[in-house]
Design a protein around this ligand. Structure first.
Ligand SMILES: [Fe+2]
Length: 274
């Protein structure tokens, strides 16, 4: 039986030292000029951490405590490389700077964030951090490494969706950095991105040109979610409904939008079963 929020709270106290460690690390970047985007990364980190806790909690005894711990720690440190990335390059766009997952991995390793953890937990968590932003994961990835990586990717997607919806619906000052500098033309989208949706492909960030391309990609993320808990949270949040409702009403785009609407409906059903 699922233990729910209460258990997740108790469970999260196990990670207090790591939460403090992450906060101290983030605090060390406070003097970076115009650091508002970095403050958002702190908020993002803790949301992803909480989502990961909930995913692990929902799986109960079906997974080992080692796997659960590695997953939650990976979620907590998954974006630590965003801080040095922004400090040096003033952007979160990996294509114009560095791969932030590699930088997160190196930062975790060099600063020994997981020094007290067992070798297996450390290896699994670091591997998941390194792979969390990969466009595709290798089918040969070790089963446990795949699991931990999928927890981070599911949890990350859920919170990126929250962030994107807030930026897609308002003109906040960090908007340009968060939306990866795509063009804001309300009626424009790229036909190749709509084709990706119909073909069931996940578009690459580097192929996005318009804000609506971003919306289509966010929709396609539904096909990648592994855990019923994530699908339930996504459907329950109402965020995807907002994203899809903001897409242009043009007839040429209709088939792609209908496909995404059907996927959201499936998320609702699958999440309910999970
Ligand atoms: Fe990331």
């Amino acid at each position: 039986m699922r233990m729910g929020r209460m258990a997740a709270d108790i469970f999260s106290s196990e990670f207090e030292e790591h939460r403090q460690r992450f906060l101290e690390y983030a605090e060390s970047f406070k003097d970076v000029p115009d650091a508002a985007p970095l403050r958002l990364k702190v908020e993002h980190t803790f949301k992803v951490f909480e989502h990961a806790l909930r995913i692990i909690d929902s799986l109960g005894d079906s997974i080992s405590s080692e796997l659960g711990r590695a997953s939650v720690l990976a979620a907590l440190y998954h974006d630590c490389g965003r801080f040095p990335q922004f400090k040096e390059y003033r952007t979160f766009l990996d294509a114009r700077s560095v791969n932030h997952a590699v930088l997160s991995f190196q930062t975790m390793r060099d600063r020994a964030f997981l020094k007290e953890e067992g070798t297996r937990i450390r290896a699994l968590a670091q591997c998941a951090v390194l792979l969390h932003n990969r466009h595709k994961l290798s089918p040969f990835l070790d089963r446990d490494a795949r699991f931990v990586t999928d927890v981070v990717r599911d949890a990350d997607k859920l919170d990126i969706l929250r962030i994107m919806v807030s930026y897609l619906t308002s003109a906040l000052p960090e908007r340009d950095a968060v939306l990866l500098h795509v063009k804001d033309e309300p009626e424009s989208w790229s036909p190749h991105i709509a084709e990706d949706v119909l073909a069931g492909r996940i578009s690459k960030y580097s192929d996005l040109r318009f804000v609506n391309d971003f919306r289509l990609l966010l929709g396609m993320w539904m096909s990648e979610l592994r855990f019923a808990e994530t699908r339930r949270a996504l459907a329950g949040s109402g965020l995807m409904d907002i994203v899809l409702a903001q897409l242009p009403k043009a007839a040429e785009l209709r088939p792609a939008v209908e496909k995404l609407e059907a996927m959201l409906e499936e998320c609702r059903l699958a999440g309910g079963r999970g």
